[in-house]
Design a protein around this ligand. Structure first.
Ligand code: C6P
Length: 411
């Protein structure tokens, strides 16, 4: 449903945070890969929830609890439809991608990974998709194997058939890299992993933001993503999983809401999705996530993707003018999402980001929770500009101007 022309200048007006001065300059927010700003529609949904409906879900038999439960479950249905899940019971609310990945590593991994088994991940992963598998591998005596990357930060898949074998139990791979913006050929790896009987989880923290996700078409077994990077409140995320896998998994945490019957020595579990949602959940966050999905659906992912690509192309072209500029990641636009990781001459990335900040330009500097990627390129950190639906060419122009000043200072 794309009725209106995509206009980022109109879209910007929906985001109150963007309408402020930082150090006396208009804000150019280019740290979207870390978290996005929130549209008024999401802020209104949070206010409305707390002002009218606030209660605990599924518990009280009273009007407010009924409303809170409806809001919470309707949001689950919206998110389920957004990713084309077969049913909303396959959508588990979590506090973010990190929790979704840890849930699978523990609840699925501890029961299915044994000594001598292998887990395949990639050098491109965020720490959230490395560390849980290291913990699991250590606890179960399993081995971690890695898909390596080339000098453009793309997976090297020539030896995929030897990386995958009958001992591979789990393959955990990112859809889009947060450190370089690489769009990974996940489908090829999913198909190869399934041929050896491995289970696949896709870290969609960046993929769900910048691509149109259809979990059924993608064919993975699990897909993990965060709401806060796609206009929803912080502390929101999803683990989508195939029903048959979720059904036979042990719970991740024990507590209220996830049980059926509790007796002295043992308990039985609630049906999906509640088996994985122990304790009072982030109800307002879920309602806000539903509002975010409504907002994005109204604008349409096609327009958002096309806009981000155009902005990315413009930014790459303009940044190439700056002396000493070194951009990491794929050269082909096809293989790249709206993230530009770079270094500039001898300037430390923290100095780059501090100088830009004085001009009201927000970028991230550091290892981006991807130390293996940094090591691969022989740097300890990079600066990173990342774009979203409300960024405009003027943000890029100001970034380029600010980087020109950095180049003059450090040149
Ligand atoms: N990346 C960034 O600035 P959480 O924090 O749980 O919402 O998401 C973790 C995560 C997992 N995988 C990828 C690919 C990610 O990009 C992130 C979050 C942020 O790049 C914060 S480090």
């Amino acid at each position: 449903m794309m009725a209106t022309r995509f206009d980022p200048r109109v879209i910007r007006r929906d985001f109150p945070t963007l309408e402020q001065l930082i150090h006396g300059k208009p804000l150019a927010y280019l740290d979207n890969a870390a978290t996005s700003q929130k549209p008024q529609a999401v802020l209104d949904a949070l206010d409305a929830y707390y002002e009218h409906d606030n209660a605990n879900v599924h518990r009280g038999i009273h009007e407010l609890s009924r409303r809170a439960t409806i809001g919470y479950e309707e949001a689950r249905e919206k998110v389920g439809r957004w990713i084309n899940a077969k049913e909303s019971a396959e959508v588990i609310w979590t506090k973010g991608t990190t929790e979704s990945l840890n849930l699978v590593a523990m609840a699925w991994g501890l029961d299915h990974v044994a000594e001598g088994d292998e887990i395949l991940i990639s050098v491109l992963e965020h720490h959230s998709n490395i560390v849980p598998w290291q913990i699991l591998a250590r606890r179960r005596g399993a081995t971690l194997r890695y898909i390596e990357i080339d000098d453009e930060g793309r997976w090297i898949l020539e030896d995929l058939d030897t990386l995958l074998n009958e001992r591979t139990r789990m393959v955990a791979i990112s859809h889009v890299s947060n450190a370089l913006g690489t769009i990974n050929p996940v489908q090829r790896v999913i198909e190869a992993a399934h041929r050896v009987g491995a289970v696949v989880i896709v870290d969609g923290a960046q993929g769900a933001v910048h691509t149109k996700v259809d979990v059924q078409a993608l064919g993975a077994d699990f897909y993990a993503f965060s709401g806060h990077k796609m206009c929803a409140p912080t502390g929101t995320g999803v683990l989508w999983g195939k029903r048959e896998l979720l059904e036979e998994m042990s719970p991740y945490q024990g507590g209220g809401e996830m049980i059926n019957v509790v007796s002295r020595d043992e308990s039985t579990w609630a049906a999906l999705p509640h088996k994985f949602e122990a304790g009072t959940p982030n109800i307002a966050g879920a309602v806000g996530f539903g509002a975010a999905v409504d907002y994005l659906a109204d604008i349409g992912m096609d327009g958002i993707i096309a806009h981000e690509k155009a902005l990315l192309a413009y930014a790459l072209e303009r940044m190439a003018e700056i002396p000493g500029m070194n951009v990491y990641g794929p050269r082909s636009l096809e293989e790249r999402s709206a993230v530009i990781s770079f270094t500039l001459g001898d300037a430390h990335p923290h100095d780059i980001s501090t100088i830009l900040d004085t001009q009201g330009i927000a970028v991230r500097a550091g290892h981006h929770c991807a130390q293996l990627v940094m090591k691969h390129f022989g740097v300890s950190s990079t600066a990173r500009a990342s774009f979203y639906l409300y960024n405009i060419e003027e943000d890029v122009d100001r970034l380029v101007e600010g980087l020109g000043e950095v180049a003059r200072i450090f040149g």
